[in-house]
Design a protein around this ligand. Structure first.
Ligand code: SF4
Ligand code: ZN
Length: 358
């Protein structure tokens, strides 16, 4: 029988191994994408510190995340949608923006007050979006009220954020923090930065008159339902306590193609969180001084947050309602027998028997 070496258990040594596996999994993807087309664009509604806005959400197709090239996060399949070869020109990026403006003109009666721009990586990384393009995009949307741009904390600096605030835009940087617990972020998500880096990014955004929206990931692989729930409750609290972080978007992990989570799921070793857990985090953190929202992607399906199949739509509606009103009483109105199963899972699921129920 082979003997495990103590090194395997040393903290912080897992990253190289994670990256190796992730590179392998991603190399199975051979699709390619048009650099003049955004990855996705849609119109929605969002709660902001200034109230609820109609929002235009843009997923720009850039060269993709630097970290993903090294291997990247265990749950992230977005990078599979990026343009191969690593960079998209200024002109192509501006064409993508035009496609989004045309989409908005066709689909909505009025202009959206809120613009949200995500990339499959970091909008503020100048290898993905050159400074020239960032400034041109800021000008394009100068007549809106608010803008959100996504970035890893390393690329957040006051000068870049100022490009937007100087246009009179309320500006937020969306940071994929995933969890406030460094050990979980490193070992379960395979993200390299620390909570302290997130705090620094908040301070940079504040210097430029902007704010931060923290994105949290509920139930990365290797955590039981109860561990995931507790990790989110404490993460929401720690984020809400950071100056400048006014919104927390806590999203359940969903199973995306070409990821480590997908491999685990396929082998029966991963179940996305229960919608009851999502509701529980929202319900128990209403005293936190931040807007806390959640948008479960693929809710009700095996690959997204789900309950028993009977109550998923009702619980999802309560969550969406909570997002806009921040009123925990919305959860009193939904019940289902599967709550008992969920409670049992919380009590009994452990790392050696996960997932306890499908
Ligand atoms: S989650 Fe973000 S940092 Fe991680 S690989 Fe995906 S795009 Fe990169
Ligand atoms: Zn149910």
């Amino acid at each position: 029988m082979s003997q495990p070496s103590p090194e395997v258990y040393e903290r912080g040594r897992g990253m190289d191994a994670h990256n190796e596996v992730m590179r392998d999994i991603r190399s199975e993807n051979d699709q390619s994408y048009d650099p003049r087309e955004p990855t996705r664009v849609w119109i929605d509604e969002d709660n902001t510190p200034d109230g609820v806005y109609q929002s235009l959400t843009i997923i720009l197709n850039t060269g993709g995340c630097r970290w993903a090239r090294a291997g990247g996060c265990t749950m992230c399949g977005y990078v599979a949608e990026s343009v191969e070869g690593g960079s998209v020109s200024h002109d192509a990026l501006m064409e993508q923006i035009q496609v989004c403006l045309d989409h908005e003109a066709e689909e909505a009666d009025e202009q959206s007050g809120l613009i949200k721009i995500y990339t499959s990586g970091s909008f503020l990384d100048e290898r993905e979006v050159p400074a020239e393009t960032r400034r041109a995009i800021a000008e394009t949307f100068a007549d809106r009220d608010r803008i959100v741009v996504e970035s890893l904390p390393d690329f957040v600096d006051r000068e870049k954020v100022r490009d937007f605030t100087e246009q009179g835009l309320e500006t937020d940087v969306a940071v994929g923090l995933e969890t406030a617990t460094d050990r979980v972020r490193h070992d379960c998500v395979n993200k390299y930065f620390d909570f302290a880096d997130f705090e620094d990014a908040c301070a940079e955004a504040r210097e430029a008159g902007g704010g931060v929206k923290a994105y949290l990931l509920m139930k990365p692989p290797f955590l039981s339902e109860q561990e995931a729930l507790e990790d989110m409750q404490s993460s929401v609290r720690r984020c809400g306590a950071v100056d400048g972080c006014h919104t927390v978007s806590m999203n359940p992990c969903n199973v995306q193609r070409y990821t480590m989570v997908d491999e685990l799921f396929y082998e029966g070793g991963y179940r996305p969180p229960w919608l009851w857990s999502v509701a529980e985090v929202l319900r128990t953190t209403t005293d936190v001084d931040a807007i806390v929202v959640s948008d479960p992607v693929g809710h009700g399906s095996d690959r997204g947050a789900h309950n028993c199949g009977e109550c998923d739509d009702r619980v999802q509606r309560a969550i969406k309602d909570f997002d806009l009103r921040q009123d925990p009483s919305v959860f009193e109105q939904v019940e289902c027998e599967c709550e008992f199963t969920w409670e049992l899972v919380l009590e009994e699921e452990a790392s050696y028997n996960m997932p306890l129920a499908r």
